[in-house]
Design a binder for this molecule. Sequence first.
Ligand code: NI
Length: 136
Amino acid sequence: MAETVRFGVAMDADLLARFDEWVAARGQATNRSEAVRDLVRDVLATEITEDPDAPVVGTVTMVFNHHTSDLSERLDALQHDHFREIYTKLHVHLTAHDCLEVVILRGRSRDVRALADKLLGTKGVKHGKLVITTTG
Ligand code: NI
C-alpha cells in the first residue's frame, strides 16, 4: 500500500460549489476526496488507453434490426475473423425485430478501436458505442 499524501487545492468558490453539487449527486457514500481520486484515476486510465500499443479491454454495445438483409451473418463473420480479440458477447432479443449486442474486446488499443469501428460501422447497425478501459 502506497503512502497517503495530503495536499490542499485552491479553487474558485463557484467552481467548488458546482463540484460539491456533482459529488452530492453521485450519492452519499462519496465525498470530495473520493471524487477527486476517481477523477484522477479516470484521467490517467484514459491517457493510458490513448497509447495505440497499450493493452486494453473494451465493450462495444450496439443495437440493430436482425431482419436487415444479412446483417447478423456479417456481424458473426467479422467476429470470427477477430476471435483472438473477442472474449465473449451477450446477445439480447429486445423486441421481435431488434437486438442488443455487447461484445467484449481485448488487445492493443489501436486494434480494439479498429475492430469496434468495424462493428459499429457495419451497415444496418443503428447505433452503439465503445467503452475502453485498462487494468492499469
Ligand atoms: Ni436477437
